[in-house]
Design a protein around this ligand. Structure first.
Ligand SMILES: [Zn+2]
Length: 235
């Protein structure tokens, strides 16, 4: 979400295409795959058989620190990532509104956009779309299919909105995402909405401290306490 000059983000992503795998692999092929797998391997990998989706439990979250609130199904597309689409990007957004208003927008089927997560200024994390699924947040279909989107509560022109608690909570969340999918912790793979090709959005804006954020993600990834370095930028 975030500042934008035109209302454009949702419509480009609003397709409901059937997953590549579902098109390619029919029942017979899936059965053959299952036989091979059963012969060779453990049952716990059954969901890796093409055409078989991973199990889903209502209310389940991908990040242990998150609370689940479901987004409207109009704002995302069911998928089976990372098997149908690989995940190699995290997209950072700023909401241009309150935490509550972002949750409400993502629950609204008319909004046509939502991120997987929202991080509050107090450090709370809400997950609204499973990482398995494609959220409409980047305004670019390819980037939506390959990314996880994270909203941050605040306004791009208010540096005081970017709190320590929010940076640290978001960094822990992103470190977990990077670990799950083998995403390198760098600016090629952790990007702002403004950097998505074709976007007219400006978030997370000029006050987002990328050096600080990447350092916090790396620290969280290595399990070190996420404390500010001496002389580190305070916001
Ligand atoms: Zn955005």
């Amino acid at each position: 979400m975030g500042a934008r000059s035109r209302s454009a983000s949702g419509s480009r992503d609003g397709d409901r295409r059937i997953g590549r795998r579902a098109l390619i692999v029919g029942g017979a092929a899936a059965a053959a795959g299952a036989a091979v797998l059963a012969r060779d391997e453990l049952g716990r990998l059954w969901w890796r058989v093409p055409g078989v989706e991973k199990p889903r439990t209502p209310g389940e979250v991908d990040y242990a620190g998150a609370r689940w609130v479901a987004a409207s199904e109009a704002n995302w597309r069911r998928a089976d990532r990372p098997d149908d689409f690989g995940i190699d990007i995290v997209v950072v957004h700023v909401t241009q509104g309150s935490f509550a208003s972002a949750v409400k927008a993502f629950q609204d089927p008319g909004h046509q956009a939502a991120t997987h997560y929202i991080v509050g200024q107090d450090g709370r994390v809400t997950q609204m779309i499973r990482e398995l699924d494609v959220a409409y947040h980047a305004g670019n279909r390819d980037y939506n299919e390959r990314s996880v989107g994270i909203e941050h509560e605040g306004f791009v022109d208010r540096p005081e909105d970017l709190t320590d608690a929010m940076y640290e909570a978001s960094a822990r969340l992103t470190a977990g995402i990077c670990a799950r999918y083998g995403i390198p912790v760098d600016r090629e793979h952790i990007i702002g909405h403004v950097e998505v090709p074709g976007t007219d959005h400006t978030d997370p804006g000029p006050h987002w401290d990328w050096d600080r954020y990447l350092a916090l993600v790396r620290r969280a990834a290595t399990g070190e306490p996420s404390r500010e370095p001496t002389g580190g930028t305070r916001v």
